[in-house]
Write a protein that binds this ligand. Structure first.
Ligand SMILES: [Zn+2]
Length: 374
């Protein structure tokens, strides 16, 4: 294997194939971070002003409706903090949607219940049809592409937009944010918006008919986001967002409990981050999350380097998760071993909307601005 080179500012390295370094050894992800920071982050007075204006707009539009806004609630830090902001800090009448894909940990369910109770938020839990969803997840694992979380992420995104349309709620307030999530190599994870990819992978490897799985086609995107004008507001980009402070606040004030890892509220997600990606692909997503925290000044590079030396989860947890995942999917150890050893593939090996979206990327950029900016 070639020598692994690491950025001198963050901890991204040449395990991301698209990485490039400038003459000071700073990588293109850092440069990208600085660009999105300028374009997408308003965590200063200007941001507060924009946000105040938006909150009044939301309240104005919400008159005569049951809810002002919709949020997705996974029970993780970001979405729980969004719940607090919209409900308590800004007083919005909020509907929360929680997706049960069959993998949530008991702790995440307890956290969701605790948050909605403490904040007095109405909750709708959507339970995916397990037989169907299991078949879609198995198809993704058999496809040998890296992002086997696409079926879950797409379902959450589709569920939120469809619920907003059905309940006539014009604003979805989301927890995605620049300061902790803006460094992610596309070679590691292809995005989850592409329902054509889901369909083609499921057509190839699936056995159960796809009937109830929430999906958004390109037509749906145009319909919901452009024609019906549903807005998607990443609220954490408009405030100074410090993850460690948010965690402490949630723990002290709302009785929320920590998971000990980003997105570890789901057993499948933990398995995906801590086992599947490192073992099959050699990717460690902690590098990208920690790098974003370095770039946003929340931790030092030294702290991140120390953190990354630790295993992503204890051997006991990893073994238990592997055992659990295999049983739930009814894979024999031999069968799963073959999957891990099969040649790795990318979304390009299946039909997808990537080239279509690339062709219209300028328009999409403008539309994205319109939908997500305050
Ligand atoms: Zn870097």
């Amino acid at each position: 294997m070639n020598k692994i080179n690491m950025c001198t500012r963050c901890i991204m390295d040449s395990t991301a194939s698209e990485i490039e370094f400038d003459k000071n050894g700073v990588c293109n992800f850092c440069r990208h971070y600085d660009e999105v920071l300028v374009n997408d982050l308003y965590a200063d007075e200007d941001g507060q002003e924009k946000l105040n204006k938006l909150i009044s707009q939301i309240k104005e539009k919400g008159k005569n409706r049951k809810y002002d806004c919709l949020i997705g609630l996974s029970g993780g830090v970001d979405s729980s903090y969004v719940a607090y902001l919209v409900r308590k800090k800004y007083g919005l009448r909020t509907l929360a949607v929680h997706l049960d894909n069959g993998w949530n940990t008991e702790l995440s369910v307890a956290n969701v219940e605790q948050i909605v109770k403490k904040l007095d938020i109405d909750l709708q839990t959507y339970v995916l049809d397990w037989k169907e969803f299991r078949d879609i997840q198995i198809s993704f694992i058999k496809s040998s592409i890296s992002n086997i979380e696409i079926p879950t992420d797409h379902a959450i995104w589709a569920l939120l937009i469809k619920t907003a349309a059905k309940m006539k709620i014009p604003y979805i307030i989301a927890g995605n944010n620049v300061v902790t999530e803006s460094i992610m190599p596309e070679s590691w994870l292809y995005g989850s918006k592409d329902s054509k990819l889901i369909k083609s992978i499921h057509n190839k490897y699936g056995k159960v008919k796809m009937k109830t799985y929430p999906r958004l086609t390109t037509f749906n995107y145009v319909d919901y986001l452009l024609i019906r004008g549903i807005r998607w507001i990443p609220i954490l980009n408009y405030i100074p967002y410090f993850k460690a402070d948010a965690k402490k606040f949630l723990t002290d004030e709302l009785g929320w409990r920590d998971y000990g890892g980003k997105h570890y509220e789901s057993i499948f997600t933990r398995f995906f981050h801590a086992y599947y990606l490192p073992v099959k692909f050699g990717y460690d997503l902690r590098k990208s999350y920690l790098s974003a925290l370095i770039c946003s000044g929340q931790i030092s590079r030294e702290e991140a380097l120390e953190e990354i030396q630790k295993p992503p989860a204890s051997t006991e947890i990893l073994n238990n998760d592997l055992d659990y995942v295999l049983k739930k999917f009814r894979f024999s150890p031999e069968e799963f071993d073959m999957i891990l050893k099969a040649p790795n593939k990318t979304h390009k090996d299946y039909s997808n909307n990537d080239s279509l979206w690339r062709r219209y990327r300028k328009i999409i950029k403008i539309v994205r601005k319109r939908i997500t900016r305050v």
